[in-house]
Design a protein around this ligand. Structure first.
Ligand code: 3PG
Ligand code: MG
Length: 435
């Protein structure tokens, strides 16, 4: 796979470089509420500008269905990108039409343009190869080479991700390289030694007890992180939340053999609790996942909440109580993990040397149910080791809760993309860069 460094080494001064970025940021009307994805692509854009390239950036935003829709315009993103780059960004009001053509034609060396939302054109997401290919050919006219730095979209077989690289010399940007390097460390682990026998019969045993005897805990983290496909330093703990077990089933199945412990919170924990025979009141429940949950629980590595913050309604001003996980009252719904669970999870995390976290522990957007997510996130910032936050929601939670982003080893810009990578799936965008 050729990289941005290779392209810059070949020389890009005065040349048009088409860059696929994932600038799909959350918008409150026209206000960007989290610009993490814009900041993440700055190093690639700056390197190209500094080398004298004429940079044409393209991205999707949201999921518009029927052509251009001002609600999904990238115009506010162009403004923010310009502020962050410290240079104006020329914005094309269409994607492959007259505005795009004249904007690209008007670029001087070192300047940046952004095309309007790719998904305003049906060809971008089409399942029809010919329709996608035709749109890709229109996009490819704007570049002499192609750089993909849209890690968040590599799992999509879309024209700008999968078909354009067939038409132009193609290179992986710095963000994609870093994301793949980090995530590869989380999947390279073999089965932990003795895990199946030492933990299966002892659900009550703290995980630290089973894992602390491993001598690798003393290994300096730098040693593990400087090698590409090395074993993660143990104990390796995964924290999963979010609302649905069905969304996370594949990643749990893929990671469970590799980890020392998997802590479950969020809406998905209630299906696991129910699978253990507990009543869950009006909490989220996926009846059709109960058998899968029972199978996963048999690993002995899954840790579930022991107390829950319940509410009589899904609302900021709901009545709330903290109850044992075995005593969720009928008519009440669990909306966060409780303080005893937080402290048990924090204990386990304090011994961990590698952590992957995806998905909030509760409805963190509502203040009464934010404590679980906040406390677990804070515990992860204190881990003496390698920590990765994956997924749009957990990354947004980190920033919305005002936590220090730099306290985490890596915050992935990919939600679905990072999960599909960890599941071991082929990512069309990566496949296209490799061929
Ligand atoms: C994301 O937000 O996960 C990426 O930008 C991909 O968006 P999509 O799920 O709409 O394809
Ligand atoms: Mg998504």
């Amino acid at each position: 796979m050729k990289t941005l460094d290779d392209l810059i080494g070949e020389g890009v001064a005065g040349r048009r470089v088409l860059v696929r970025a994932d600038l799909n940021v959350p918008l409150d009307a026209v206000t960007i509420t989290d610009d993490g994805r814009i900041r993440a692509v700055l190093p690639t854009l700056t390197a190209l500008r500094d080398a004298g390239a004429r940079v044409v950036v393209m991205s999707h935003l949201g999921r518009p269905k029927n052509g251009p829709d001002p609600k999904y315009s990238l115009a506010p993103v162009a403004v923010r990108l310009g502020e962050l780059l410290g240079a104006p960004v020329a914005f094309a009001s269409d994607t492959v039409g007259e505005s795009a053509q004249s904007t690209v034609d008007g670029l001087a060396d070192g300047q940046v343009a952004l095309l309007e939302n790719l998904r305003f054109n049906a060809g971008e997401t089409s399942k029809d190869e010919a329709e996608r290919g035709a749109f890709a050919a229109q996009l490819a006219r704007f570049g002499q080479s192609y750089v993909d730095d849209a890690f968040g979209a590599v799992h999509r077989k879309h024209a700008s991700v999968y078909d354009v690289p067939k038409l132009l010399p193609h290179y992986a940007g710095g963000l994609i390289m870093r994301e793949l390097e980090v995530l590869s460390k989380l999947t390279s682990a073999a089965q932990p030694v003795g895990a199946a026998t030492s933990q299966r019969s002892s659900a009550a045993q703290p995980v630290g007890a089973a894992t602390s005897q491993r001598s690798s805990a003393a290994q300096p983290v730098g040693a593990a992180t400087s090698q590409r496909s090395s074993e993660p330093t143990r104990p390796y703990v995964v924290v999963l939340g979010g609302s649905k077990v069905s969304d996370k089933l594949a990643v749990i199945q893929a990671l469970l053999p590799k980890v020392d412990a998997l802590l479950v919170g969020g809406g998905m924990c209630f299906t696991f609790l129910k699978a253990q025979g507990l009543g869950v009141g009006d909490s989220l429940l996926e009846e059709d996942q109960l058998d899968s949950c029972r199978e996963l629980l048999a690993s002995g590595k899954i840790r579930l909440p022991t107390d829950i913050v319940v509410a009589d309604r899904f609302a900021e001003d709901a009545q709330t109580r903290t109850v044992a996980a075995s005593e969720i009252p009928d008519g009440w719904k669990g909306l966060d993990i409780g303080p005893a669970t937080v402290s048990a999870f924090a204990d386990l995390l304090s011994t961990a040397r590698t952590v992957f976290w995806n998905g909030p522990m509760g409805v963190f957007e509502l203040a009464p149910f934010a404590a679980g997510t906040r406390s677990v996130a804070e515990a992860i910032t204190k881990v003496d080791g390698f920590t990765v936050v994956g997924g749009g929601d957990s990354a947004a939670a980190v920033r919305q809760l005002g936590l220090d982003e730099t306290a985490f080893g890596h915050i992935s810009t990919g939600g679905g993309a990072s999960l599909e990578y960890l599941e071991g799936k082929t990512l069309p965008g990566v496949q296209a860069l490799e061929s």
